[in-house]
Design a protein around this ligand. Structure first.
Ligand code: PHE
Length: 448
């Protein structure tokens, strides 16, 4: 195992921006708004925030403890902390999940780049609602265009990962994430001036619990995992690059808060816009590709807003794709004699093969299904509904029951007279509450 020269995030702000970079992704800007739309608005938001606080923060801290204490990738971290046991299988499951998520995530990141390009070329205007739908279907089902974009986004990610932790991942996050925040704030400000601003905000912030179905709780928990990149060793890998002076509890709280804020801000952009132009937010996954172009074209300066929006989506998505590639690359790089660059290229090659099948689920392979799901949907289901919750379950059990409490105390280093109480409470959460909640989601996704 190569352990020397693993690299570190060089500054505290770099730690936050890179970790926010992995967490904030398609899950926030694309998935969250349509899930809120499908699950009745404000009441769902309340449940989601509770899930973030009660499961998200403890879960993120657990991965941080494992990663920072072991200074190793998703698999070797468990080998170091629990030698001669089977715990490192959590790591294998994480590396596999990272690979499988990339297989379909890269396809969607490619779509965002196509839409950004079309927006810049001024081609996303002058069509009817139906035409936007057809444009998307034709593009996604095209035999090679989506593949070209997928290759491009994977090569960008490979380039960044090959340059290492501080020279690649940290640098790109330091540039892209501030741009992301600037764009999102400008777009939210614009939202307040739209005709149906009030209706959109009410839909999002006024909870109506009579519309909430019990399954929404489980959907909110699933979303928490996906959105925080939890349960697959991504945060273990990133925190293995944290220096000793980074406060884990504080960083976890900041990252979770920023992730939640971005999800809410994205919904604040989308709902007022959708309501203002006579559309519905219940459109599902195609909301941002089929519905939004039509909404933007009706706004003053529409082309500008669509360029900004797809740039926003692209930045969110590419920084998450980079983190996925890093999880698999770090494992391979540290366990072979390959250079980082070669390892990243090999992983990219394998992802592209998988991605071709995922992408073709919208075209030639539309009819190829297993359990009624296309290859694309299957990758999403197996990872988000099975591998991440199962990974989260075992990581929580590992830290709560197996890991020496002194390691937890050393890593948390909370300076407060009641610190021991906090740590005790935290361990209880990991032992009972977190696994019980995840178990419920897991049962639901298998039976539902
Ligand atoms: N958190 C990312 C998002 O919200 C997705 C992701 C999941 C990234 C798991 C890395 C690991 O889009």
């Amino acid at each position: 195992m190569k352990t020397e020269n693993r690299g570190n995030f060089s500054s505290k702000i770099g730690v936050i921006l890179a970790t926010v970079g992995t967490a904030v992704g398609l899950g926030n800007v694309w998935r969250f708004p349509y899930i809120v739309g499908e699950n009745g608005g404000g009441a769902f938001l309340v449940i989601y925030i509770l899930a973030l606080l009660l499961l998200g923060i403890p879960g993120v801290i657990a991965e941080f403890i494992v990663g920072r204490h072991s200074h190793a990738n998703a698999v070797d971290s468990f080998k170091k902390l629990a030698p001669k046991t089977k715990w490192h299988w959590i790591g294998y499951s994480g590396v596999l999940a990272g690979f499988l998520i990339m297989g379909y995530y890269a396809v969607v990141v490619g779509w965002t780049l196509e839409y950004l390009t079309q927006a810049i070329l001024g081609n996303l205007s002058g069509m009817t609602v139906e035409q936007y739908g057809q444009v998307f279907d034709q593009f996604a089902g095209h035999p090679y265009w989506p593949l070209v974009w997928m290759v491009i986004v994977m090569l960008i990610s490979t380039f960044v990962v090959a340059r290492g932790v501080s020279g690649g991942i940290e640098k790109i996050s330091n540039v892209l994430m501030p741009v992301f925040f600037l764009i999102i704030l400008v777009m939210v400000a614009n939202s307040f001036f739209l005709p149906a601003a009030g209706q959109g905000m009410k839909y999002l912030f006024l909870p109506n619990f009579s519309e909430l179905e019990p399954v929404a709780i489980l959907i909110a928990i699933g979303q928490t995992f996906f959105s925080l990149s939890l349960g697959m060793g991504c945060l273990i890998t990133y925190s293995s690059y944290f220096k000793k002076d980074v406060s884990l509890a504080k960083t976890a709280t900041q990252v979770v808060s920023i992730d939640a804020m971005v999800a809410i801000l994205s919904a604040m952009i989308i709902f007022p816009a959708v309501f203002s132009f006579g559309m519905q937010p219940t459109e599902g996954p195609s909301l941002v590709f089929k519905v939004l172009p039509n909404v933007f074209q009706q706004m003053p300066l529409g082309t500008l807003w669509s360029i900004l929006f797809y740039a926003l989506l692209f930045i969110a998505a590419i920084t998450s794709l980079i983190s996925l590639l890093e999880v698999v690359t770090a494992y391979i790089y540290e366990n072979t004699s390959l250079t980082r660059r070669k390892a990243a290229f090999i992983v990219t090659g394998m992802v592209l093969v998988l991605g071709v099948f995922a992408s073709m689920s919208f075209g030639p392979l539309q009819e190829v299904t297993l359990f009624g799901k296309t290859i694309f949907d299957l990758l999403d289901f197996v990872t988000a509904s099975i591998l991440l919750p199962v990974g989260g379950f075992f990581i929580s059990i590992f830290v709560g029951w197996f890991l020496d409490k002194r390691i937890i105390a050393t890593e948390l280093r909370i300076k407060h007279p009641k610190a021991h109480l906090f740590i005790k409470g935290y361990i209880y959460m990991l032992r009972f509450f977190v696994p019980a909640c995840i178990f419920a989601v897991f049962l639901y996704s298998l039976l539902g």
